[in-house]
Design a protein around this ligand. Structure first.
Ligand SMILES: Nc1nc2c(ncn2[C@@H]2O[C@H](COP(=O)(O)OP(=O)(O)OP(=O)(O)O)[C@@H](O)[C@H]2O)c(=O)[nH]1
Ligand SMILES: [Zn+2]
Length: 199
């Protein structure tokens, strides 16, 4: 049984001025320290909240790496939820579930010409090892059975619905194209079936 362990206020964003709550959980069987960040107490309001499941990306989230768009997506989400309210589930599933060191091995292969999925496969991993079952349990622990999901990724939609979460709307994120991540994003759209809107 997953339930809330602690809830503390903090301020986030580029200027540390956006108020939010940080929550930890009991009962996550994977042993991963997933957290939720809640803006404008969106879990207590009658409106169906925006929810973003963001998978950890140390290189993108912390260093704003040129190889992906994770840091920009996170910044975009924090800004938007600061204004409109919402919930970020920050899931400790680095490298689409293969872990940081394996992701760095995959980057080495990508530097030699493989795409993001070929590199995973070459290392003996599937395209995407992430499991969103615990994210669904976290949402239920927050009392959120109905959400508006922020994603372009059909796997996230499918797995939440399979775990009993009702998604009333899917809201896309922007495609944050920059020098270095264009082919990564295009591969996600063509092979991973992400619904990107390239400007
Ligand atoms: N294996 C691998 N993982 C990567 C690579 N680039 C980014 N990642 C990981 O991909 C995950 C980011 O995915 P999310 O931000 O959840 O987004 P998404 O699956 O693209 O879906 P959206 O909701 O549409 O953004 C993080 O865990 C990153 O570490 C890569 O080249 N190889
Ligand atoms: Zn990333």
């Amino acid at each position: 049984m997953v339930n809330i362990r602690a809830r503390v206020p903090f301020k986030v964003g580029q200027k540390s001025n956006i108020p939010a709550d940080l929550l930890s959980f009991n009962g996550l069987e994977s042993g991963k320290e997933h957290v939720a960040v809640i803006f404008q107490a969106a879990d207590t309001k009658p409106a169906v909240p925006l929810v973003r499941m963001h998978s950890e990306c140390l290189t993108g989230d912390v260093f704003h790496s040129s190889r992906c768009d994770c840091g920009e997506q996170l910044d975009e989400t924090i800004e938007k939820m600061g204004e409109m309210g919402g919930v970020i589930l920050y899931l400790r599933q680095e490298g689409r579930g293969i872990g940081l060191y394996n992701k760095i091995d995959a980057y080495e292969l990508q530097s030699k010409g493989m795409n993001t999925y070929e590199a995973n496969n070459h290392l003996g991993f599937g395209d995407d090892l992430r499991d969103f079952t615990e994210a669904a349990l976290m949402l239920k622990a927050l009392g959120l059975n109905e959400i508006r999901l922020v994603t372009n990724n059909p796997k996230k939609i499918r797995e939440l619905e399979e775990n009993g979460i009702i998604i009333t709307e899917v809201v896309g994120t922007k495609a944050h194209v920059k020098d270095g991540n264009e082919s990564y994003l295009k591969t996600k759209a063509s092979h991973g079936k992400h619904r990107f809107h390239f400007d």
